[in-house]
Design a protein around this ligand. Structure first.
Ligand SMILES: *[C@@H]1O[C@H](CO)[C@@H](O)[C@H](O)[C@H]1NC(C)=O
Ligand SMILES: *[C@@H]1O[C@H](CO)[C@@H](O)[C@H](O)[C@H]1NC(C)=O
Ligand SMILES: *[C@@H]1O[C@H](CO)[C@@H](O)[C@H](O)[C@H]1NC(C)=O
Ligand SMILES: *[C@@H]1O[C@H](CO)[C@@H](O)[C@H](O)[C@H]1NC(C)=O
Ligand SMILES: *[C@@H]1O[C@H](CO)[C@@H](O)[C@H](O)[C@H]1NC(C)=O
Ligand SMILES: *[C@@H]1O[C@H](CO)[C@@H](O)[C@H](O)[C@H]1NC(C)=O
Ligand SMILES: *[C@@H]1O[C@H](CO)[C@@H](O)[C@H](O)[C@H]1NC(C)=O
Ligand SMILES: *[C@@H]1O[C@H](CO)[C@@H](O)[C@H](O)[C@H]1NC(C)=O
Ligand SMILES: *[C@@H]1O[C@H](CO)[C@@H](O)[C@H](O)[C@H]1NC(C)=O
Ligand SMILES: *[C@@H]1O[C@H](CO)[C@@H](O)[C@H](O)[C@H]1NC(C)=O
Length: 360
């Protein structure tokens, strides 16, 4: 009798334990995935991506060095803008969103005395690209989430500080693509969204790439191994372009990477990053390795603080320094002595005006 009561109490405890763990599991999962979807693929919205919890991922297996804070703020916090190093050593940033409703044509220049406003672009641009060419004396700004700039591109002349629209538009509208100067002087525009839709109106994400050559555009006959938007790309010392991460327009992000060979004009898969990253940056370091900084993992609703280093010899990634603040849609520029990482968003409406530096 006593034994049966014990067994009954035991069964009740087991049932209660299962019920509680199921409830905890349910609550945990219903809050963990509070990731607002990116602009739905079927609409031509220009909204922004937010992660409602700003979780930062802080675990790393490596001996970490940490980015140091810079005390010079941008005049206006911005995300999804472009940046380049000018020949005089100044950093130019252009366009982007100040908040979810304002996309800008404005620019700022970073000098030894801080950030100053500079000549605005012809049209407002967000989710566009900004690429230096012709020995950094010219800058190509291409694409935009603002209707006026979707298929257009413009060139900044660093000599007389002016912007002029290219005489010919890109073959397709692009946003959330990448633009990379190749060793032969051409600029590779890869992936992103074709916001005019094309043959498949339900699928704007593209795997195609086009080349900007002397004010004209050529579609490549080969494609990336994945359709990608919100990815990052960088030219390596061997002349290939590393393309990594990004997302597919649902709340998902990719860890995968591939390289583009400018001679064969082909894309080949390489090792994947350890974190899924979208809206992040890749910077070639003087060592020839590539630093992947920040971004968002929309799949888990987190901002990885851990940065990763790509080794072009082994074609693999390893953990590296940590950011102080989670940021996505930021920009990173290599200067003579450090990598400057600036702006972006951590999910709040007002964009970040802070910057951090990674000393070489
Ligand atoms: C990590 O690296 C720093 C600088 O190289 C060194 O001073 C420190 O001892 C290292 N820490 C560990 C746990 O290896
Ligand atoms: C910013 O940092 C520099 C170098 O660390 C320092 O010399 C300067 O006083 C700082 N400025 C402000 C406003 O904190
Ligand atoms: C967005 O930023 C612009 C420019 O700074 C400002 O005028 C506007 O009020 C802001 N809107 C919101 C919703 O914060
Ligand atoms: C670019 O700059 C380098 C070094 O200043 C110079 O040797 C080279 O001729 C320049 N190339 C062009 C295309 O202007
Ligand atoms: C700036 O320089 C470029 C190239 O030399 C020239 O085409 C353009 O007309 C100049 N713009 C102004 C406003 O002087
Ligand atoms: C652009 O045209 C100039 C003059 O014809 C040529 O020297 C240069 O190589 C061309 N650039 C590219 C990227 O083809
Ligand atoms: C983009 O869509 C347009 C039609 O709106 C189509 O002509 C073009 O081929 C598409 N481009 C790509 C790269 O998918
Ligand atoms: C159009 O996109 C949908 C959704 O991604 C895909 O299933 C379908 O295969 C695509 N069709 C074409 C012709 O590309
Ligand atoms: C790029 O492709 C060319 C031609 O196929 C090949 O000779 C070269 O080794 C490739 N470069 C790299 C870095 O793989
Ligand atoms: C930078 O952003 C912070 C937080 O929104 C704000 O308190 C600060 O005033 C901003 N700094 C500048 C220079 O706008």
């Amino acid at each position: 009798m006593k034994q049966r009561t014990c067994i009954n109490i035991f069964i009740v405890i087991v049932i209660l334990a299962i019920a509680v763990s199921l409830l905890v599991h349910f609550i945990h999962h219903s809050t963990k995935h509070e990731v607002s979807p990116i602009d739905t693929l079927n609409t031509k919205t220009t909204g922004t991506v937010t992660i409602s919890n700003d979780n930062n991922v802080q675990t790393s297996t490596s001996n970490q060095s940490v980015f140091s804070n810079m005390n010079t703020s941008l005049n206006i916090g911005r995300s999804d803008f472009g940046s380049i190093l000018l020949p005089n050593g100044h950093v130019l940033i252009a366009g982007g969103h100040f908040n979810s409703s304002t996309v800008s044509s404005g620019t700022e220049v970073y000098t030894s005395t801080g950030w100053q406003f500079a000549a605005p672009m012809k049209v407002p641009r967000g989710y566009h690209t900004v690429t230096a060419f012709a020995n950094n004396t010219k800058v190509l700004a291409a694409g935009s989430s603002a209707t006026s700039g979707q298929q257009t591109a413009e060139v900044y002349n660093a000599v007389n500080n002016t912007w002029a629209l290219t005489s010919i538009n890109m073959l397709s509208p692009h946003i959330r693509h990448t633009a990379t100067l190749l060793a032969n002087g051409q600029i590779l525009i890869a992936g992103g969204y074709n916001i005019s839709g094309g043959v498949n109106a339900s699928n704007y994400l593209i795997s195609t790439a086009e080349l900007y050559i002397n004010d004209s555009w050529t579609l490549l006959s080969t494609r990336m191994t994945h359709s990608r938007a919100f990815h990052a790309a960088v030219l390596l010392n061997d002349g290939t372009v590393l393309v990594a991460g990004g997302g597919d327009g649902t709340p998902g992000a990719y860890p995968t990477a591939e390289i583009y060979n400018a001679t064969s004009e082909k894309f080949t898969a390489v090792g994947s990053m350890q974190y899924r990253r979208a809206a992040f940056t890749l910077t070639l370091l003087p060592s020839g390795k590539v630093l992947a900084i920040g971004g968002a993992d929309w799949s888990s609703g987190t901002y990885p603080l851990v940065c990763e280093l790509y080794d072009p010899v082994t074609r693999t990634w390893s953990n590296n320094a940590m950011l102080n603040y989670g940021r996505s849609y930021h920009q990173s520029v290599l200067t003579s002595s450090f990598v400057l990482t600036m702006g972006g968003t951590n999910g709040n409406n007002n964009r970040l005006n802070s910057s951090e530096k990674y000393n070489l």
